[in-house]
Design a protein around this ligand. Sequence first.
Ligand SMILES: [Zn+2]
Length: 117
Amino acid sequence: MADNIRQFPGAEVPEQTLSVERRPFGFCAHEKITLDEHRRTVKCTACDKVFDPFNFLQTEVHRLQDAWERHRQVRASLAEHIDRVEALKKEEARLKGRIKTAKAKVEPPIDVRNRAL
Ligand SMILES: [Zn+2]
């Protein structure tokens, strides 16, 4: 500071005691959750976001119900596909039998040794 500049008396800015905590940049999917037994809180391990325990449990219940419903639908679809594959295998065997019979009728076996042509 130059010698001819003096600080105005009484104009000191008070020390800043407030601050804003910045979250890490980027989206957090809150994939890993920690239950703090001491504070009885539910929080994200990655970003430390604290969740309301009831809302968290409710969300998890809905997620599990949806997963079980999708599981039930996939099993039903699988059973249906297995039935269709079995029906197609039977149809394939039936058609192969018909082709074999039809070929036997159209093309009599050629007996080359006895020259029966
Ligand atoms: Zn998170």
